[in-house]
Design a protein around this ligand. Structure first.
Ligand code: SAM
Length: 294
């Protein structure tokens, strides 16, 4: 292994050296295109005092690039077979910590407290070329837990990125678009063709950056109810809103109609036509109605 910190062995070289066999079940499609690696690192805006948390470092190609810019990188990898390999590949970086654990079971708040290089300087940035099979659960965990990260930059299946970036009225607009837009501003960093990975996955990918909003895009009196309304609306997306909301917390059709009318929303509209402030208006009317009813 070279001592040159700019030396980044390709996944093919590392695989050969370690006799590694990809675990399909863990979504192991390793990045091999340096331009894509650069776009993720540049798009993440990493500074010298920042803590970078990387989800699924794999063979360390993104980790080493991040380590050259960050104060510290904590790389969380579930596959124990990759740990010795990562230790070797990343040995030249004194600012890298490798943890062998499942990101879904990781207490990120505790991790940030423990590893942040400076409590009063720098930001927390999360990056990852994450496995397709858990893209949505990981993203929702990061958003709902309000992880204290200024930016989250993730590679994901193009189709999931399209759903996140969708605007009202479109076929792909749904609960995921509303959740992402409620918590963050979403920035499209790159489209990534399947040939940039080894082995190539069956679909193309995209990199999105999620910037935590300082203020919600609409005033919501009860967040849990807001998401319940969104879920009920899109759960039956072919139905009109009045029908989709009937039954939610025991609402009759007339009660649902009343809530929508007081919120200024035509009951015959469908969820896919509502923007975030309109969902908030419905949720706030519902909250007022439930408070009065109880
Ligand atoms: N970052 C590397 C790259 O870009 O080449 C690897 C990307 S590969 C698509 C996804 C990585 O996430 C694999 O190394 C896999 O073992 C790891 N992984 C899968 N599920 C995980 C989980 N629940 N927690 C942490 N790592 C996970």
């Amino acid at each position: 292994m070279s001592n040159d910190t700019n030396y980044r062995p390709s996944p093919a070289v590392i695989k050969k050296l370690y006799g590694f066999r990809n675990a399909k079940s863990l979504g192991q499609n390793f990045l091999k295109d340096p331009a894509v690696i650069e776009s993720i690192i540049e798009g993440s805006d990493i500074g010298p005092d920042d803590l970078v948390i990387e989800i699924g470092p794999g063979m360390g190609v993104l980790t080493s690039a991040a380590a050259e810019h960050a104060g510290r990188v904590v790389a969380v990898e579930i596959d124990s077979r990759l740990i010795p390999l990562l230790r070797d590949v990343l040995a030249v970086y004194e600012n890298v910590v490798i943890l062998n654990q499942d990101i879904m079971k990781t207490d990120l708040a505790a991790l940030i407290r423990e590893y942040r290089p400076s409590p009063d300087r720098g930001c927390v940035r999360i990056i990852g070329n994450i496995p397709y099979y858990i893209t949505t659960p990981i993203l929702m965990k990061l958003l709902e837990d309000r992880v204290e990260a200024e930016t989250i930059t993730l590679m994901m299946q193009k189709e999931v990125a399209d759903r996140i970036e969708a605007v009202p009225g479109g076929r792909t607009y749904g609960a995921l678009s509303v959740a992402a837009g409620y918590y963050c501003e979403v920035c499209h960093i790159a489209d990534v063709p399947r040939q940039c990975f080894s082995p190539p996955p069956k679909v193309d990918s995209a990199v999105l950056r999620f910037d935590r909003r300082q203020e919600a895009p609409a005033e919501v009196t009860e967040e849990a109810l807001f998401f319940e309304v969104v879920k009920a609306g899109f759960g039956k997306r072919r139905k009109t809103l009045v029908n989709a909301l009937t039954g939610m917390r025991g609402l009759t059709k007339e009660e649902a109609r009343g809530i929508l009318e007081r919120a200024g929303i035509e009951p015959s509209r469908r969820a896919e036509t509502l923007d975030i402030p309109e969902f908030a208006a419905v949720a706030n009317e519902a909250a007022a109605y439930f408070a009065e009813r109880s």
